[in-house]
Design a protein around this ligand. Structure first.
Ligand code: SF4
Length: 341
């Protein structure tokens, strides 16, 4: 039996749900008939969520049917970490990637944290291990090791402090000494070297999405729209991209910029392509041009596996952490909250 066939909804319920979905998803180019197809799934997910006292936290890079159809909160890593820490729900379904679900478990150990697909990895999180961190510690004694939040729990446990793209510059400035080791994102480390007063020792990880945005794709849009276009880029992009753009920010910073600049009508987003869909819904008076580079890991999240994990999670979909590692990793996150506020 198909997942969506396990509950019976009336035609009227499905149409009402499709209407609700369409008010949002039309901004991302969806038809009403698309919304009718997914309506039984979103109805069932929202029912089970209520019954089990669950919340769905969705990263901005997952598809708009998840963000606007079933999520309780959508945002970037920092926003999702904050939500995970304060939710009163018994179950957190993390519609994002595995390191984010681990972060939720680090912050909320008493909650059941579920991930729809264990294959939702991250090239940055895969770039460095706890053993690599211990070697860095030996190589650079006394120098703070700053770990981007896109790392495993084991790596966070070896770090002095975690950061997100939203708070990295503020936190690095507050650390003692004139040098830091920044892991694992080489591009963000290089960006920090330019903007921070500290000497930054970088590592060799990259995000396969941001590292693959092509300078030509920006030049083409710039030539096409000239002064009418503003280009915002994520700080995970390489220097040849950042040199071409008007604003460098994390996801939340981009959102803030758009709110604060209602006069900017044509906006190119040099980041994961899905963000253009989300912003098209949230800012219908603007025109967004995406990067056309998608994160294959984020796209492992679908309504069907969210329904399945809520209904009957497999053992591999339940996040469990070694308690000693969790406690050590939490110290790095707590330090981030302390210094980042
Ligand atoms: S967009 Fe990049 S950093 Fe984010 S999950 Fe995908 S690979 Fe990792």
């Amino acid at each position: 039996m198909a997942l969506s066939e396990q509950m019976n909804f009336t035609e009227e319920e499905i149409q009402t749900e499709a209407d609700r979905l369409f008010t949002k998803l039309k901004g991302a180019g969806w038809d009403h008939s698309d919304c009718e197809i997914i309506a039984p799934l979103t109805l069932e997910i929202n029912q089970i969520k209520k019954k089990k006292n669950a919340v769905i936290l969705a990263h901005s890079y997952v598809t708009p049917d998840i963000i606007f159809g079933v999520s309780d909160y959508s945002g970037d890593s920092l926003g999702l970490s904050n939500e995970a820490a304060k939710t009163s729900a018994d179950i957190i379904v993390f519609s994002g990637v595995v390191f984010m679900a681990e972060t939720a478990k680090i912050l909320s150990p008493d909650k059941t944290v579920l991930i729809p697909s264990k294959e939702a990895g991250c090239s940055l999180a895969d770039a460095i291990t706890a053993e690599d961190m211990r070697q860095l510690r030996d190589q650079y004694p006394g120098i703070p090791i700053v770990a981007y939040v896109n790392t495993t729990a084991e790596v966070k446990a070896e770090a002095d402090v975690c950061v997100t793209s939203a708070n990295v510059e503020r936190i690095v400035e507050k650390l003692e000494g004139d040098t830091i080791v920044f892991v694992p994102d080489k591009n963000m480390g290089k960006y920090l070297s330019r903007t921070s007063s500290k000497k930054v020792i970088t590592y060799d990880g990259t995000c396969i999405v941001h590292d693959n945005i092509q300078p030509d794709s920006l030049d083409i849009q710039r030539n096409r729209f000239g002064e009418d276009l503003v280009i915002l880029a994520h700080s995970e992009c390489p220097p040849d991209i950042l040199d071409r753009v008007d604003v460098v920010e994390g996801t939340t910073g981009m959102q803030r910029y758009i709110i604060e600049h209602p006069e900017k009508k044509k906006i190119m987003l040099a980041t994961e392509c899905g963000l253009a869909d989300r912003f098209s819904v949230e800012f219908p008076d603007r025109e967004f041009i995406g990067s056309c580079v998608m994160c294959p890991y984020m796209k492992k999240n679908e309504l069907r596996n969210i329904l399945q994990v809520l209904r009957d999670p497999r053992p591999d979909q339940i996040i469990n952490l070694d308690e000693e590692i969790r406690v050590k990793a939490k110290r790095s996150l707590d330090k981030m909250f302390e210094l980042g506020s």
